[in-house]
Design a protein around this ligand. Structure first.
Ligand code: CA
Length: 231
């Protein structure tokens, strides 16, 4: 197993992609490359690289959408590398969670320097796209949930609640925190939204809703997703 940092490159221009591969390999980085948004999401989820270099203009959509998907579960360093130079584009990428922005054309030394900065800042942080608790598997990267190996279909809202609890696995989240994070509102009169949707979620991910094993109630406070037990 190599300890050289893994850089994921999302780039649809094949000449640009091979330039990245040659440059980064010669500086002892491991490199994986995707050329579409769909490939990029799968690649980042399965390889969990240290740094992502992200092009914005992709054949099947905008790189910003890839960035948003990655940010749902991960704080992996993302450097946008784009020919778009407007201040508006840069702000949009940074607001969506990019760590840095480099405009094409750029110098090889500058790119390498930005990568080193990103690696220094991220040292020690680990994000895992897949959480397994007994027979429940939650894949935040691919937005898939399985119970006993069978795929469970969740609504986007249910997935948002489960995703939030997964990112804070083992910790109690209050009704108010869940309401705020999932619905973006903050009113005690709406706490029943949380209760109703948690009940629906339990019907899908629990084997016995009367005695939940995964999505636990903290009476009068909120909910907690059971932490996986260590072997
Ligand atoms: Ca492009």
């Amino acid at each position: 197993m190599s300890h050289e940092p893994l850089i994921a490159v999302v780039e649809d221009d094949s000449r640009m992609a091979s330039f990245f591969r040659t440059l980064l390999s010669s500086h002892h980085y491991r490199v994986v490359i995707a050329s579409t948004s769909v490939e990029a999401i799968a690649m980042v989820t399965s390889f969990v690289p240290e740094v992502v270099l992200l092009d914005l203009g992709l054949p099947d959509g905008d790189g910003i959408a890839v960035l948003r998907r990655v940010r749902e579960w991960s704080s992996i360093a993302v450097i946008v590398v784009s020919a778009r130079t407007s201040e508006e584009e840069k702000v949009r990428a940074l607001d969506a969670g990019a760590d840095d922005y480099l405009t094409k054309p750029f110098g090889a030394q500058e790119l390498l320097a930005r990568i080193r900065v990103a690696l220094r800042q991220r040292k020690g942080q680990v994000d895992v796209p897949v959480l397994r608790i007994h027979e429940l598997e939650i894949n935040l990267g691919l937005r898939q949930v399985q119970l006993r190996g069978v795929e469970v279909h969740l609504t986007p809202l249910e997935f948002k609640i489960l995703g939030l609890l997964t990112r804070h696995v083992g910790k109690v989240l209050t009704h108010q925190q869940i309401l705020q994070e999932v619905w973006g509102i903050n009113a005690e009169s709406k706490f029943h939204y949380v209760r109703v949707h948690v009940a629906q979620l339990r019907r899908k991910i629990e084997l016995d809703c009367a005695r939940p094993r995964y999505l636990l109630t903290e009476a009068g406070v909120g909910y907690r997703l059971r932490a996986p037990e260590r072997d």
